[in-house]
Design a protein around this ligand. Sequence first.
Ligand SMILES: [Fe+2]
Length: 382
Amino acid sequence: MSKAAIAEALSEARERTLALVEPLDDEQLNRVYSPILSPLAWDLGHIANFEELWLVQTIGGREPLHGELGRFYDAIENPRKIRGELPILRDEELRSYMADVRERTLDVLEGVEIGPDAEDPLLRDGFVYEMLLAHELQHNETMLQLLQGVAGYEIPQAAGHLSPGQASGQLARRFEYPPVREMPRGLDTVVIEGGSYEIGAPDRGFAYDNERPCHTVELAAFEIDRTPTSNGAYTEFMEETGAEPPLYWEREGEEWVDTARGRRAPIDPAQPVIHVSWDQADAFARWAGKRLPSEFEWEAARDRLDGLGHGWEWTSSDFLAYPGFAAFPYREYSEVFFGDTYKVLRGGAWATHPRVARPSFRNWDLPQRSQIFSGLRCARDA
Ligand SMILES: [Fe+2]
C-alpha cells in the first residue's frame, strides 16, 4: 500500500468505528454491559492507545500524550471484568485523544520509509500500518459483540455492510485466493482427498505471526459439509437432546425468536446458526454422527465451501504454534494464548471486515463462549 492508501484506509476504519458508536450516549459508552466484554469507552481508548504506542511512540520515537495512561489500556494487564473501573479517558477527553493520536500518526507516516526494502521489519511493506488497521477493525467486531446486548441498538448505515446475511458475498471474495475449483453442485458434503496440504500464510503480505510459517501437513481423506449448520438443524438437536439454545434465543410459544439488540425476530431455519459455544458445536456434531473439522481440514477445504462469512466456524483444534513459529512483533498477540485452553475458529462472520478475513486467519476463544459470532460446519472421516 502507498502512504496515501494507508492514510485513506486508516481514516475509513476510524469512520466505521465512530459510526458504530454514533447512536450511543456517553453513559452507554461507559456502561459495563457484561463482565466478559469491555465497556465501549475502553475499546475506543484502547484502539487509539495501541495506535499511539505503535505508530507514534515506536515508529515516530515520540513521547506519549498522557504519560502512564497506556497501562490501563493493556489488554493482558487489565482483564475485561475490571475495565469499567479503570481511570480511563471518557467522553470529550476520549474523543480528543483519538483525534490527537491520529493527527500525530499521519505526521509520522509522512517521514517514514515503508517500501519492501525498509530495514525495520515493522515498516517493511507497511506491516505495522496493516497491523493497526486490522486491530481497529477487529475491535469493531468485539464492539459489535457487546452491541448485540444493547436493547434498541440499530447498526448505522455508515458502518458499512454490517447485517447478517449481506456480508457473506463480500467476505467470500476474500476466500477466492487461491482460485476456486469446480465444486460439485447439489451435494450436501464435499470429499477432500487425502494428501499433503500447504497450511498458513505465505512469507510476503500481511498476516499475524500465528499464521506462519507456511508448512505442509498430511491429511487423511475426509468429508465436510458444503454449508454451515443451519438454525433448523440446531433446533432439531435441541428438541431431541434438551441442549441449551444459542445465545439470545428465547422461546415464544412453539417458536424460537432472536432477542439480540432487544428485538424479537423469528429464527429463520435456513440460515446458519450463530452464537453457539464450542461445547455446543461439538455436541451438535456428535449428535449428527459427525465431528468438527480440524483447522487444517478447514483450511484445506476452504475454497470448496459455501456459506462462508455468516459466522465464524469452530474447529476441533487447540490454538497452538505452527512448527518454527516466531513471535512478531510482540509475544502478547499470540504466544501467550497458545496451549489447550483456547479453540480455533476459522472463516469470518457478518460482523468481520473483509480486510480482516483471509484463508489463513486463526481466531480463538474459550470453548464455553458464545458471545462471538460463532457457528460450525461438520466433517467426518471419508
Ligand atoms: Fe486490542
